[in-house]
Write a protein that binds this ligand. Sequence first.
Ligand SMILES: C[S@@+](CC[C@H](N)C(=O)[O-])C[C@H]1O[C@@H](n2cnc3c(N)ncnc32)[C@H](O)[C@@H]1O
Length: 276
Amino acid sequence: MRNDPGLQAANYTLRDEIRDYWSARAATFDQSPGHEIFSEEERKAWHGLIEKHLGPGEERAALDLASGTGVISHLMDDLGYRVTGIDWSENMLDLARSKAKTRGRSIRFQLGDAERTLAPDDSFDVIVTRHLVWTLVDPQACFKEWYRILKPGGRLLVIDGDFVNTGFLERVVKRVDALLQKAGWLSPQPVHAPAGLADTHRSILSRVHFSNGARAEAVGRLLADSGFSVLSTDHDLRRIHRAQAAYLGRFKALARGLQHRYAIVAEKPVTASRPL
Ligand SMILES: C[S@@+](CC[C@H](N)C(=O)[O-])C[C@H]1O[C@@H](n2cnc3c(N)ncnc32)[C@H](O)[C@@H]1O
């Protein structure tokens, strides 16, 4: 009964699909500019964003949720945080652990689900998460969980974007980029995601909570509904995008700057009530 393929298929949920998708993306994830960091200029720009909203590490406990290959964890470690990274993909975790070993960093990377972290109440001073929220099945359950494990007065930094809706200017920039590549005036940008995963990505995206795009306002509302005080939404990621341009290509970096990307800063009130 347990090995019945029909039963296994029926039990294969959207969450399993998402986890397997990221596991298949893991091997080439760090090759993409915009994922791994390729210059000191970009690293400094990220440090600036994190310090602006979370302050210096000073040995405070930080959780990087959906840490992937550990890019954000390393930035937090640079800034003096004691970092734990959680991800549910073993492939991502293997890469994160070996990168930390190569760089001589003592970041802990653990297998776990952002929706059910198993961490005790009030355990982290800060939580940071990049490019997770758009792919969540149940963001409300996640936000309640993050509220539970954050210390009162602790801060959450959500770095994400709406990767569904494209504005007019962004479409123009992408069109010009494609035409210049076709004419041979620009060299084509390498594609790092394994072939065949684009359909999987589309299919998953059509079924997640933010299938119409994770707008900052909607994410902020859900955070507030989960008990957080939303302190600010920062759309000024220009320094990061400028630094990425050398590796991403001028047009792609320009398109990025036109997208609805943001960093939301939220706080668990000092006089925190139990999760709503
Ligand atoms: C776009 S990658 C981002 C990785 C990393 N945060 C970064 O910015 O480089 C998304 C990551 O989220 C992880 N992920 C997605 N849903 C998750 C969940 N519910 N719990 C834990 N990890 C999750 C995936 O395994 C993948 O590593």
